[in-house]
Design a protein around this ligand. Structure first.
Ligand code: BT5
Length: 320
């Protein structure tokens, strides 16, 4: 309902309560109540007895109506579930992804202002205080499960592009799912799926970006390796704008991937790579391999050259 009022509320110009009520088919009292609700959400609205209501400013909350206003995508973000707080957007997204038939279509988003139990990979924690972008995208790609590494890489490129477009900062990508600025982590990606042997049933891509956050709010042991966009820029970043830009970039790259065009995405990934050319140690769960990261191949797999010259393909792991 508040979303409906926002469609008609003039920015910097008044609209009378009576006209609003007529347009929306509410009573004037109902209009007044919705206006109070919007004010509580952080919208600045002034009212004048004779002139009516006028919208002065909008909050930088990731509300569906704010994200969708001026979002140029065909399907990503057409449906948004918004929570001021929840455990983890990926958990809710996975629950919803199972119910595709009930209108949970490709591109549905789950967004939270803060997460109380944000998830990293392999059961690790993801700290998600107010001020970040914490969102999950539900997808049903007609692609084999072997595309998962490519989806994580393309998501990283979309995040980097969006950050660059909105802030002029040039982040780097640490294989497979970290975005770094000045060698510190500013964003993480968590890709989860359900698949058969040759087809993905559903896919949830979770993205966490430290936007307007003080990294000293994080536990001490990770403070040294974390950073936020606000800290790099010295000023706050408009999260709605950054979120929209990311979603637009994501849809563009995802469309390429669905057409099975990965080469150009990989080229861009390599431009922003922090990992290639470095000597790294990769924890693969059952063992740790050391070597030089020499390439990412057309399947999105990391190629590591061991000291004895042997080339090893690594689909997933953590650089330690
Ligand atoms: C990741 O895991 O980097 C994936 C993070 C995905 C978070 C998003 S937020 C929206 C969606 N909903 C969720 O519940 N999750 C996704 P991994 O590579 O395992 O890295 C986890 C490690 O990053 C932790 O062990 C910490 O060391 C560090 N870390 C935790 N919170 C961080 C933060 N806010 N910023 C930077 N580093 C952090």
């Amino acid at each position: 309902m508040t979303g409906d009022i926002l469609k008609y509320l003039g920015e910097k110009e008044y609209i009378s309560g009576e006209v609003l009520a007529q347009k929306l088919g509410f009573s004037r009292v109902a209009v007044w109540k919705q206006i109070q609700k919007l004010k509580d959400m952080g919208y600045k609205i002034i009212s004048d007895q004779n002139l009516g209501y006028c919208l002065v400013s909008r909050p930088d909350l990731l509300l569906p109506q704010e994200i969708q206003r001026g979002l140029f995508t065909d399907y990503i973000g057409k449906k948004i579930y918004y929570f001021p707080e929840l455990k983890s957007t990926n958990i809710i997204a996975k629950e919803k992804a199972l119910h595709r038939a009930e209108g949970i279509n490709e591109g549905t988003l789950i967004i939270a202002e803060r997460q109380s139990a944000g998830k990293g990979r392999l059961g690790r924690e993801w700290f998600s205080p107010v001020g970040g972008i914490w969102l999950s995208i539900i997808l049903y790609p007609q692609l084999p499960p072997s595309y998962i590494p490519r989806i994580t890489l393309m998501t990283a490129v979309a995040v980097v592009k969006a950050i660059k477009m909105c802030t002029q900062i040039r982040p780097q990508i640490k294989w497979p799912n970290d975005i770094l600025i000045n060698e510190k982590k500013v964003c993480g990606i968590l890709t989860e799926m359900s698949a058969e042997l040759d087809i993905i049933n559903w896919l949830v891509v979770g993205i966490g970006i430290n936007v307007n956050i003080d990294h000293r709010k994080f536990p001490e042991d990770i403070q040294e390796n974390t950073i936020s966009l606000k800290e790099v820029l010295g000023k706050e970043v408009l999260r709605v704008k950054l979120g929209q830009t990311f979603l637009q970039e994501f849809e563009k790259y995802y469309e390429s991937l669905k057409r099975r065009e990965f080469s150009s995405i990989l080229k861009e990934w390599k431009l922003y790579s922090y990992t290639l050319g470095r000597k790294i140690r990769v924890d693969m769960g059952e063992r740790i391999i050391t070597g030089e990261a020499v390439n990412i191949n057309e399947e999105g797999v990391l190629i590591l050259k061991k000291e004895d010259g042997e080339l090893v393909e690594i689909i997933s792991g953590t650089i330690v």
